[in-house]
Design a protein around this ligand. Structure first.
Ligand SMILES: NC(=O)c1ccc[n+]([C@@H]2O[C@H](COP(=O)([O-])OP(=O)(O)OC[C@H]3O[C@@H](n4cnc5c(N)ncnc54)[C@H](O)[C@@H]3O)[C@@H](O)[C@H]2O)c1
Ligand SMILES: CC(=O)[C@H](C)O
Length: 258
C-alpha cells in the first residue's frame, strides 16, 4: 500500500492522541497538531519512540492561516494528505442567563470556525491532489441533543453537524467524504474541567458527582475511553466507509438514540 497521511488537530492529549495512535497503528504517517507546544513535544517523542512515522505542528485551529499552514506542513513533510481530523475543541460550563460575548466568541472561534477552516484547508489540498480524501470532525452527543449548562458548547457541536452535511454535499464531486464522530462522555482533561466547573456552580455537588451523574445511565454500563472513539475514526478513515458521507455518528455506549 502507498503510505497514507493523516492530520489530527488537538492531538497532544485526550481523544485526539488516541485517534492519532490508532491511525498510526493502521499504517498512516501522522501529523500531530496542538496549541500546547510542551504537551505536543512530549507526545511526538512518545510516537517516535514507538516507531511511528510522525511530525508535529503547533497551531490554533481558530486561525484560518494556521490551518492552511498545517496542511502545507503535512504535504511538505510527507508529500500528500489523505485524512484530516478536526478534533480540537474546548468547552464552557455556564448557566444560559450568564452566557456572554466572550464565551460565545471563544467557543465558536475554536469549535465551529476551526472545524470549517480545517475542512477548507484539507479540501483545497484534496482537490489539488485529485484523488479524494476523508474529512472527519468532532461533534458530540451535545451536537444531537443540547444540555443544561453546556448551551454554547452544544450549539457549536450542532454547527459541526451542520457544516458536515453542507461540506459532504459540496465536496462529493471531488470524492471527498465528510463525516463526524459524536462521542458521549469520555474521561479526558475536558471532562475533568467540566466536572470541576459543575461542582463550582452547584454547591450540592462534590468532585466527581457531575461525571458520575452523566455516566450513570449509559446503556453499555461504562464511561467512554479514547479507543472507543478511535475505532470509529479508524473506520471513517478507511475505504470501508467509502459509501458514507454527511453523517455524524454517535459513539456513546448508548446515551442518545437517533
Ligand atoms: N471528552 C468527551 O467526553 C467528549 C465528548 C464529546 C465530544 N468531545 C470532543 O472531542 C474533542 C476532543 O476532546 P477531549 O476530551 O480530548 O478534549 P481535551 O481538552 O482533553 O483535549 C483537547 C486538545 O485540543 C487542544 N486544543 C484546544 N484548543 C485548541 C486550539 N485552538 N487549537 C489547537 N488545539 C487546541 C488542547 O490543547 C488539547 O490537547 C473535542 O472537540 C471535544 O469537544 C469530547
Ligand atoms: C463533553 C461532551 O461533548 C459531552 C457532553 O460529554
Amino acid at each position: 500500500m502507498t503510505e497514507k497521511v493523516a492530520v489530527i488537530t488537538g492531538s497532544a492529549g485526550g481523544l485526539g492522541k488516541g485517534i492519532a495512535e490508532r491511525l498510526a497503528n493502521d499504517g498512516f504517517d501522522i501529523v500531530l497538531h496542538d496549541i500546547n507546544q510542551d504537551l505536543l513535544n512530549e507526545t511526538e517523542k512518545e510516537f517516535t519512540d514507538n516507531g511511528f512515522k510522525v511530525t508535529s505542528f503547533v497551531g490554533d485551529v481558530s486561525k484560518r492561516e494556521d490551518q492552511f499552514a498545517l496542511v502545507k506542513h503535512a504535504v511538505d513533510t510527507f508529500g500528500r494528505l489523505d485524512v484530516f481530523v478536526n478534533n480540537a475543541g474546548v468547552e464552557a460550563v455556564t448557566p444560559l442567563m450568564d452566557i456572554d460575548e466572550k464565551e460565545l466568541s471563544k467557543l465558536f472561534s475554536i469549535n465551529a470556525f476551526g472545524m470549517l477552516f480545517g475542512t477548507q484547508a484539507a479540501a483545497a489540498q484534496f482537490i489539488k491532489q485529485g484523488g479524494g480524501g476523508k474529512i472527519i470532525s468532532a461533534s458530540s452527543i451535545a451536537g444531537h441533543e443540547s444540555y443544561p449548562m453546556l448551551g454554547t458548547y452544544s450549539a457549536t457541536k450542532h454547527v459541526v453537524r451542520s457544516f458536515t452535511q453542507t461540506a459532504s454535499k459540496e465536496l462529493a464531486k471531488y470524492k471527498i467524504n465528510v463525516n463526524a464522530y459524536a462521542p458521549g462522555v469520555a474521561k479526558t482533561k475536558m471532562w475533568d474541567r467540566i466536572d470541576a466547573e459543575m461542582v463550582k456552580q452547584d454547591p450540592s455537588l462534590k468532585p466527581g458527582d457531575a461525571f458520575a451523574q452523566y455516566t450513570a445511565d449509559i446503556s453499555l454500563g461504562r464511561y467512554e475511553v479514547p479507543t472507543d472513539v478511535a475505532n470509529l475514526v479508524s473506520f471513517l478513515a478507511s475505504p470501508d466507509s467509502d459509501y458514507i458521507t454527511g453523517q455524524t455518528i454517535l459513539v456513546d455506549g448508548g446515551m442518545v438514540y437517533r
